[in-house]
Design a protein around this ligand. Structure first.
Ligand code: PLP
Length: 376
């Protein structure tokens, strides 16, 4: 048996005809950049998130950048985010001219630790950007409370959390705004690049619509210095088709996670992902922990099982951010996790037999380790 990390072809097969029709429609109407197919998807995705507005753009990194610009964040400002994230979260902050300030995560969910926020706030802080990581929201209530107290914006980085919930409310409408990515491998993936912001703030939505279209209020009337951040018509059409499947796909991911949890329970030296009682985790990634990470990865690779590490270098330790002068050990939970985390295969089309095969392989590894240490 062979188990890929994800299988976009398996997801495409049953949609082949509908995707073909949708793309053909864009071609016939030559609605290539922005336009009616993007607007239709925006309305659908806003509704899916329970938000008043959705502004679609050309990537999740652009949407993070634009939402910060839309709130007027720039040079001299600080934005607090989680140390355990994909680098795009920090890049967007840096590209506004502001400085990213990283706080550590909680050891169980590996999302932003609200207990560390107050100490990170300075007179320059303008916003907090929690990351709804691996498909699970951060503990939003205390984050929102601290933000309210200090008059800071809260922006969800929900790039991994389409359809995830916190206390029964969907990601995308938990704070002042949320940023999503439709990179092909995300839970809702385009057939190219894409991203979007959702918000209940009409002014922010309007500012972002102007920003993504060269600062135009109407054609060739440039009221702001903007950018080209529009979403492709083809991506809008594809995403409309795929959005209808998202709840079913997320349910399938949750079923696979439940089976992993059952079959991997109580293995020595292996920690399973923690789903908070407050959240509906949608398992963009199923991340386990072991002190023998490299060996387990090799053991699985030898059995044709693909795995990943999200992420091997904490963003504050990235060479790109050396100039921030953040000392090693500043984010101990994130730094320890980076040495131990391993993402197992996770995508909706996984077969039950594939999950069982992965679990058998993980089990044989863990038991081998125990007998090796017993005889040592
Ligand atoms: C994927 C991702 C992004 C960036 O999205 P792109 O569409 O690839 O630009 C940002 N933040 C997080 C947490 C992500 O996983």
């Amino acid at each position: 048996m062979k188990v890929p990390f994800l299988d976009l072809k398996a997801q495409y097969e049953p949609l082949r005809e509908r995707i073909g029709v949708a793309i053909q429609d864009v071609l016939e109407k030559t609605a290539f950049a922005g336009g009616p197919f993007v607007e239709k998807f925006e309305a659908e995705f806003a509704e899916f998130c329970g938000a008043d507005h959705c502004v679609a753009v050309n990537s999740g990194t652009t949407s993070l950048w634009f939402v910060l610009l839309g709130f007027g964040i720039g040079p001299g400002d600080e934005v607090i985010t989680a140390a355990n994230t994909f680098i795009a979260t920090a890049e967007a902050i840096t590209f506004t001219g502001a400085t990213p300030v990283f706080v550590d995560v909680t050891p169980d969910t590996l999302t932003m630790d609200p207990a560390l926020l107050e100490a990170a706030i300075t007179p320059k802080t303008r916003a907090i950007m929690p990351v709804q990581l691996y498909g699970q929201p951060a503990d939003m209530d205390p984050i929102l409370e601290i933000a309210r107290k200090h008059k800071l914006y809260v922006i969800e980085d929900a790039a991994q959390a389409h359809g995830s919930q916190y206390k029964g409310r969907p990601c995308g409408a938990l704070a002042d705004a949320a940023s999503f990515s439709f990179y092909p491998g995300k839970n809702l993936g385009a057939y190219g690049e894409g991203g979007a912001v959702t918000t209940n703030n009409a002014e922010l939505a309007q500012a972002m619509r102007i920003l993504r279209d060269h600062g135009q209020s109407k054609k060739y009337h440039h009221v702001k210095v903007g950018w080209n951040g529009r979403m492709d018509g083809i991506q809008g059409a594809v995403l409309s088709v795929k959005l209808g499947e998202l709840n079913g796909w997320n349910d399938a991911r949750r079923r696979h996670a439940a089976l992993y949890n059952e079959l991997l329970a109580d293995l020595p030296g292996l920690e399973l992902p923690v789903e908070s009682d407050d959240s509906r985790h949608i398992y963009h990634l199923y991340v386990v922990r072991t002190p023998h990470r490299e060996a387990l990865m090799q053991h699985l690779a030898d059995r044709d099982i693909a795995t990943g590490i999200h992420y091997p270098v904490p963003v504050p330790r990235a060479e790109a951010y050396a100039d921030l002068g953040i000392a090693p050990g500043s984010h101990p939970v994130t730094e320890a996790a980076a040495e131990e985390i391993l993402s197992l295969p996770m995508f909706p089309e996984l077969a039950r037999e594939q999950v069982q095969y992965v679990c058998d392989a993980v089990r044989s590894f863990c038991e081998q380790k125990v007998s090796a240490s017993a005889t040592a």
